[in-house]
Design a protein around this ligand. Structure first.
Ligand code: KE4
Length: 427
């Protein structure tokens, strides 16, 4: 079937919404073509406005880890809606989800819910600055932590996709407070800290980077970050907005056995509804208003619907065998892609972290953002469009992670690999 309806909707949307989308990476700008307008989704599939079905590996950029319209989540939401959608007052649901999050992330003594990952990292940095009395931050080139001013410096994800890693509109004074280090290069961090031993409030890093594509930390890198931050009295913020619950029940920090001072979460803990969270050591968190002087607030923070969807999602993820299944499916897919690439002599590297993966079109290992930027973006676009034609919906950017859900069945993987085989032909 064609995409006439999507095209018509996009034309209309472009007149009303900048670029026709409410988040830039959705516009398919980097891969050419026009975005599909999605009408509904179920399990591993999404359906566009023209009725075409696709096996979905975007999963709303991570939240839909159970698959779309999971019955238990949907039932729980239906019940919750009947009781009211928002009260602007505390509810038992916030206490319940906070309990689940703190149980899954023992490095956190307390947690505060917000409405997005951006709010979570922005607030965590404010708290770290207040706690240390310092104002510089260290992030890593190619990592993306949402769109707050100080973090849109050499940022990944959509900013890298559109070639806007340093967005206009960020005052030089703010940009000047952000240092960018090189991921997987501890000496680049050490150099900054040695030059400014009393000036850095925090280091923020993605638990398992996915916003330059999936890039694995080298053995000892995260541990080294922990040692350096401790030595210089710097708050170690692990941004697990994307990696949280994607590698195991908990965070990448559980896999590396690292105890960050603060953690940011989002996506999965809201089960597809707007959510974010930041938490950490109690001595830091209790500086937050109203227990302390650091202000942060939100009309819809802890929204009952987001809480219910999050509670149901985490309760499903807790079940025995979840991660064996999730990672087993991801490995089946990634191993299959590697086999096809070899057979069809396509130069690519398949990077995976738990239930996240990226096919990099390069023959070199991708250890950091500079490596990722050397990928053949034209080849990626051809692959993306061919896969879409083959009924497989991938993230429309080389600088993104793709996501596998518990709803992806063996038959989906077989169909996906058939599409990969066709798309790699003559690539
Ligand atoms: P949000 O503000 O988009 O909820 O979260 C920001 C954020 C923070 N930290 C990490 C590690 C993230 O990956 C994100 C957001 N991820 C992108 C996908 N790469 C969201 C998709 C989009 O921007 O449309």
């Amino acid at each position: 079937m064609g995409t006439a309806r999507s095209q018509k909707l996009f034309k209309k949307a472009e007149k009303l919404i900048p670029g026709g989308v409410n988040s830039p990476v959705r516009a398919f700008k980097a891969v050419g073509g026009r975005p599909l307008f999605i009408k509904r989704a179920k399990g591993s599939r999404i359906y566009d406005a023209d009725g075409n079905a696709y096996i979905d590996y975007v999963g709303s950029w991570g939240p839909m880890i159970l698959g779309h319209t999971d019955t238990r989540v949907t039932q729980a939401l239906k019940k919750a809606v009947e009781k009211g959608t928002s009260f602007g007052a505390p509810t038992e649901l916030e206490v319940e989800l906070a309990g689940l999050v703190l149980e899954a992330f023992p490095s956190m003594g307390m947690v505060r819910f917000v409405n997005s990952g951006t709010e979570a990292t922005m607030s965590a940095i404010r708290l770290a600055r207040a706690y240390t009395g310092r104002d510089k931050i260290i992030k890593f080139e190619g990592c993306y932590h949402g769109h707050s001013d100080g973090l849109l410096i050499k940022a990944g994800s959509g900013a890298a996709t559109l070639g806007l890693p340093d967005s206009p509109g960020v005052p030089a004074e703010i940009a000047g407070k952000t240092h960018n280090a090189v991921f997987n290069d501890l000496s680049s961090v050490r150099k900054i800290l040695e030059k400014d031993p009393e000036g850095v409030a925090c280091v923020i890093v993605e638990g398992a980077p996915g916003n330059m594509g999936v890039v694995r930390p080298k053995a000892g890198f995260m541990e080294g970050l922990r040692v350096l931050t401790r030595r210089y009295g710097v708050v170690f913020i692990m941004d697990e907005v994307m990696s949280g619950f994607r590698l195991c029940y908990g965070g990448a920090q559980k896999v590396y056995k690292i105890e960050p001072d603060m953690t940011c979460l989002g996506k999965v803990i809201g089960g597809g509804l707007p959510v974010g969270a930041f938490g950490g050591k109690t001595e830091i968190m209790e500086k937050l208003a109203p227990s302390g002087p650091v202000y942060q607030a939100g009309t819809l923070s802890g929204n009952p619907l987001a809480m219910v969807a999050g509670i149901e999602t985490l309760n499903q993820l807790k079940k025995k065998g979840t991660y064996e299944k999730l990672i087993g499916t991801t490995d089946m897919l990634c191993d299959g892609v590697e086999e096809i690439a070899k057979r069809r002599s396509v130069q690519c590297r398949v990077a995976r972290a738990g239930s996240m993966f990226t096919v990099f079109f390069t023959n070199r290992q991708v250890k950091n953002y500079q490596d990722a930027k050397k990928c053949d973006l034209e080849k990626f676009s051809k692959y993306f469009l061919r896969m879409l034609k083959g009924g497989v919906y991938l993230p429309p950017s080389q600088f993104e992670a793709a996501f596998v859900s518990l709803a992806h069945a063996r038959a989906d993987i077989t169909k996906t690999l058939e599409a990969v085989d066709r798309s790699f032909k003559g690539l």
